[in-house]
Design a protein around this ligand. Structure first.
Ligand code: ABF
Length: 223
């Protein structure tokens, strides 16, 4: 029986095979945040000198990449990336995701938007039928904390301020529980439109292109 850590490693290794396919001196790889992404970063170290560099979705991942001697570029200096590799808190069969458990959702969404393909790496426990059991993170401008909370309550959720947490962008996170999100794209658009919401942790309008889900019997790939 593989441990959860071994499963995450398997998913990270599977994503490294995609890097192998696209590697080249001018190729920039988009890199996410989280414990699965950390394993991907450690494996990416062996591509030092074989890729042009990386763009990271958090200060934390940037530091880990730099620690391996990998070049970390500013997204403003990068026009395209063949792949962006990141984990998720939940993913469904449509490759819609909830992300942001680590608080890096805004930068994750921005970096992913510049990549041609989003490759989601996770162990199979992240695969759900309906998104929403994992509280939906929202990055919110601090002065909109209460107005956004009221709006989410009216939508049937229970928002809760993530205590003592400030994002890399200087904002707060509201974690919204009690949602069963049946129309992920519609709900994402609705929440994105609330004044004060910087980013909604739903990645459905632009979901993953490929999911590499580690199981006890190997990688299950969803496209
Ligand atoms: C990030 O890391 C997230 O958006 C998500 O919150 C999380 C998944 O972390 P882990 O791989 O540690 O489960 O990608």
């Amino acid at each position: 029986m593989l441990s959860q850590q071994e499963l995450k490693q398997q998913a990270a290794d599977a994503a490294l095979e995609f890097v192998e396919q696209v590697a080249g001196p001018d190729v920039i790889i988009g890199v996410g945040t989280g414990s699965t992404a950390d394993l991907f970063i450690d494996g990416l170290a062996r591509f030092k000198g074989r890729i042009g560099g990386t763009v990271a979705s958090s200060e934390r991942s940037a530091a880990r990449l730099a620690g391996h001697g990998l070049k970390v570029l500013d997204l403003n200096d990068v026009a395209t990336m063949p792949i962006y590799v990141d984990g998720a808190d939940e993913i469904d069969a449509n490759l819609h995701m909830i992300k942001g458990g680590g608080g890096a959702l805004t930068r994750e969404k921005i970096v992913a938007s510049v990549a041609e393909r989003f490759i989601c790496i996770a162990d199979e426990s992240k695969l759900v039928q309906t998104l929403g059991k994992f509280p939906l993170p929202l990055e919110v401008i601090p002065m909109a904390r209460e107005s956004v909370s009221r709006a989410l309550t009216a939508l049937g959720g229970q928002p809760r301020l993530r205590d003592g947490f400030i994002t890399d962008n200087g904002n707060i996170i509201l974690d919204v529980s009690g949602l069963a999100i049946t129309d992920a794209r519609g709900f994402e658009a609705l929440v994105n439109n609330l004044p004060g919401v910087v980013t909604c942790g739903l990645f459905a309008l632009a979901g993953a292109d490929v999911a590499l889900l580690a199981t006890q019997n190997g990688i299950r790939r969803l496209d």
